[in-house]
Design a protein around this ligand. Structure first.
Ligand SMILES: [Zn+2]
Length: 213
């Protein structure tokens, strides 16, 4: 999960209709979020929903508030529901700098750690991310397993790209890493920490991490 930079122009339908899911709202959010779910960072296809950052159930006054609307995939929206109303806000914070996002290969899990003093909002966000990536219970359901397998193969591919560069730092291998860090690419929160945790990679590619600038 990373920071999301959202357009300040409020889509017209939010002030002229009673709906929050007008086509102009969806279009703007798709553009602002680079066609990705803001929670899991997978590409959105047709499987998306307008997500109320503070839930509709508990914050009815924010149902049509542009600052409260984000796009998420159905999988993430279904896990968040109205249980997570106090989360670190990706519209105002560099989430990738607040939460360390790594893969624990030994336990086949994603691992999330607070970088700064843990706040209630930080704790809630880690709890939610853990449910998304590791499943709600001890054993993943089939749906959760499919999600994790997709995620891990993406990260493995990135790790391979990075290893190719480290073994043979040439312009083509360097370009491949750079491309994989593009703002429209998936799982950038995890890629950020792969780069950050290696001094060679960090000195070479930190300037290519542009989404939080
Ligand atoms: Zn998602």
């Amino acid at each position: 999960m990373i920071k999301v930079s959202k357009s300040e122009d409020v889509p017209e339908s939010l002030s002229t209709t009673k709906a929050y899911d007008g086509e102009d709202v969806k279009r703007q959010l798709f553009k602002d979020q680079n066609s990705k779910c803001y929670l899991c960072e997978r590409h959105l296809t047709t499987d998306f929903e307008i997500e109320h950052f503070k839930s509709k159930d508990n914050y009815s006054q924010l149902i049509q508030d542009w600052n409260n609307l984000l796009l998420s995939c159905r999988y993430c929206n279904g896990k968040k529901l109205n249980h997570f109303d106090n989360l670190l806000n990706p519209l105002t914070m560099n989430i990738e700098e607040e939460i360390k996002q790594e893969v624990d290969f030994t336990n086949t899990k994603a691992k999330f750690t607070s970088i700064h003093d843990e706040t209630e909002a930080g704790k809630q966000l880690i709890e939610l991310l853990q449910r998304l990536f590791n499943g709600s219970k001890n054993i993943r359901t089939l749906k959760e397993e499919n999600f994790f397998n997709y995620f891990i193969s993406n990260i493995n591919r990135f790790q391979e790209t990075v290893n190719n560069y480290l073994l043979k730092p040439t312009p083509p291998t360097e370009n491949e890493v750079r491309t994989a860090l593009g703002v429209d690419k998936e799982f950038l929160g995890f890629k950020y920490w792969i780069i950050k945790s290696n001094s060679t990679l960090n000195s070479r590619f930190s300037k290519d991490i542009v989404w939080n600038k």
